[in-house]
Design a protein around this ligand. Structure first.
Ligand code: MIC
Ligand code: MG
Length: 330
């Protein structure tokens, strides 16, 4: 019931050991807290919180319009609904190095297991679009140094994303990845890699875990988990996949209603009421509710209380022995 039981500190420890397991960790992007529950239910390793999804959810393009407060607030809502570690996309860190430091502490307080900060200039854009520009190496390193110094939990994962490959090529990305690790990055996210050989070049250059971004309609081919494991990748994200699937289904259902005058033909594709209730643990709340209504104080306690004036004034304070069941089908 309510929020997940695993503490943020434990999730960070779990993330570290997952990344050291030698097994590829799959992190689908949650587009809301409910989908984070689904990701856990389906047995995934962690939850990714995408900047592209958060912006799209607000009806905005992914060009750095969202604020730290908005992203941290939503990331907290998502992270607290799952026992899995959640990683958030912190874009360029929301400002200068001092702002990056504050962002790290906000995300720690929001219960995240880690974040990534990229080396694009502001306004940033989707890593798979053309016409990106990156900051100079020194500025990129300062962002990561500030992030690493600011964290209070040493297990909070600071991942450096570099977008330099699309601008200057894979060799430049290799050099930048090495320098970012020296500056304190715990992991590297090389953005917009075209081939498995590109990933391999980064793998051979650094010792730390590497993330692969399998976003659709982008620059990378959609490599399988097996292919990515084969070149030593530690973590893969499917950042916008669930949002795209859900929005695709929503479009088709709207078209069905327009055409047929009813949603009936689309019902078979929908998540059922029962499945939704299972995901939000409706039964658990119902049991809690019944337990409260069934509660009755021991007799000697009731007798003592009966002499007291506030009980005389408000007889409703007396324990009610009648059970009241809510109807979960309502
Ligand atoms: C990973 C990413 O940063 C995101 O915000 O999810 C995006 C994904 C996308 O736009 O497809 C990216 O820049 O790759
Ligand atoms: Mg992003």
């Amino acid at each position: 019931m309510l929020y997940a039981k695993t503490t943020a500190a434990q999730k960070r420890i779990d993330l570290r050991s997952k990344l050291n397991s030698g097994k590829l960790q799959q992190f689908p992007g949650a587009f809301n807290p409910l989908s984070a529950k689904l990701i856990q239910d389906k047995g995934f390793d962690g939850v990714y919180i995408s900047g592209a999804v958060l912006s799209a959810d607000l009806g905005l393009p992914d060009i750095g319009l969202t604020t730290l407060t908005e992203v941290a607030g939503r990331a907290k809502q998502i992270a607290r609904m799952t026992d899995l570690p959640a990683i958030v996309d912190a874009d360029t860190g929301f400002g200068e190095p001092m702002n990056v430091a504050r962002s790290v502490q906000e995300f720690e307080d929001a219960g995240l297991a880690g974040l990534h900060i990229e080396d694009q200039i502001n306004p940033k854009r989707c890593g798979h679009l053309d016409g990106k520009a990156v900051v100079d190496l020194n500025t990129a390193l300062k962002r990561i140094r500030a992030a690493a110094d600011a964290r209070r939990d040493e297990n909070f994962l600071i991942m450096a994303r570099t977008d330099v490959a699309a601008v200057e090529g894979t060799a430049a990305a290799v050099n930048r990845a090495k320098a970012l690790v020296d500056a304190g990055a715990d992991a590297i996210f090389p953005e917009a890699m075209h081939t498995l050989a590109d990933f391999e070049a980064i793998r051979n250059a650094v010792e730390v875990p590497i993330l692969a971004n399998m976003t659709e309609f982008g620059k990378s081919e959609l490599f399988t988990a097996e292919q990515l494991s084969g070149v030593g990748i530690n973590m893969v994200i499917y950042p916008v996949t669930l949002l795209r699937s859900a929005m695709g289904a929503a479009e088709r259902t709207l078209e069905t209603i327009r055409a047929a005058g009813t949603q009936q033909p689309a019902v078979a594709e929908m998540q059922t009421r029962a499945r939704l209730y299972e995901l939000v643990d409706y039964e658990g709340y119902n049991r809690f509710d019944s337990a409260v209504f069934n509660f009755s104080a021991p007799q000697q306690f009731v007798t003592q209380l009966e002499g007291q004036s506030d009980l005389k004034a408000n007889p409703n304070l007396k324990a009610n022995p009648d059970s009241k069941e809510s109807d979960i089908n309502g």
